[in-house]
Design a protein around this ligand. Sequence first.
Ligand code: FE2
Length: 455
Amino acid sequence: MHSEPYLLDPSADGVHVLWHTGAPASGAVLLGNRRVEATSSALVALHDEDGVRATVYRHWADVRGLGAGRTPYRVVTVLSDGAVDESDTYTLAPAVPGGHPVRLLLTSDHQLWRMTPANLAKVAETVGVELDGVLFAGDMVGVPARAGDWFDHPNGRGFFAALTGRADTVIAGRHYRGAPLLQHAPLFPAIGNHEVMGRRHHTLQERFDDPAPGDWDTAAYEELFPVPRGPAGPRWWSRTIGDVFVVSLFVTRAWRDPVATYLEPGQFLFERVDAGSPQHTWLTAELGSAAARAARFRVVVFHHASHGLGAHVVPAYTDPVEAGGRYAYPVENDVVLRDLAPLLGAAGVDLVLNGHNHLWNRFRDAAGVNWLESSNVGNSYGAFPERGDPGGLAPVLPTVAPLTDPAGTPLPYVADDDVTVFSVLDSAAGAVHSYRFDTRDPDGPVVLFDELPLD
Ligand SMILES: [Fe+2]
């Protein structure tokens, strides 16, 4: 295994470059005549399928002293036997200065699903790979401690493989490789339930399937994405990206079987975000900061969606309440709706990006906050329009080219295992543009189907 480089957390004059090898090695980033040595270390959180620690070395270079704009770079890796490997040439850049417009890919829920490489290939064809960032609302892989899910899964759709153009998957006779996005654009991640491992069991799958309160970790995520960091490390953070202030939160819970959820008390929230919790207190301060107020747009990213037409919006995001041997989740106790939504509205947040349901839908609340899920990337878990949004909002119809039902009625969602969706925040345009591509027709168009105005 030998991964392509990926970028994290640009600063005023630098950016972090990371890559991985399956054997001990040293490495450096080459920028013209300049050479920046990487710090190499063995990761401890990744494992093989049978639970044996995988041999994965991380190479991490903190490149500083960059001028404005893009600089070509390569990474060079020297293995312990002296073999040298040089990457192709890509470009990196320091943080876009405050006030400047940016283009950010909004994505989530890749999880090695069938359509993900096609989706990313169409992103690159439509808006290129030299974006200012990739905002990822959680659920990157299936089992986060499984090394193959990140790098070289047998299905050819590992997380980094797809996001660096090294995937290999075929739909309708067309080979899709993903796209070299992360070599050029920094990843700004958030934690989904698929970034959390339980610790009680032996096999990786059992550990993932059965976390317990106080007995879980995000160690793999934190080794792969050590920056950006906030006061609690990489689990939540804020950054200014050009004219957009971005906050990433850790808002997700243990996934449980929908029937067992009501029969057992196993459902629980991971990091708390209730009013008074450290994360909520920090968020309140961040949204009131000079950086947040000065930005043209404020965007908050977290995995769990409490507004939506998808399957995983229910039950409400709260602790179970026992009644007569069953467990209820009162919607009035939904932590996102009760404790986050009013704060986001009062702070003038323009956009919340969620994931988890694997569909596209969006809402606008009375305070003017837009709630978008654009997670019909690799597959879908369906839409339930007859149930509606448990949070009480009406879905917004796509403004340009909605899909329609068989009677020709426009649909306020995309929930489809053949049609893949991506969204791009274009702050110069003051809008999020959402696109769809029907993988059954490999020569068909990428269709702009929704324009979400942020002003
Ligand atoms: Fe999820």
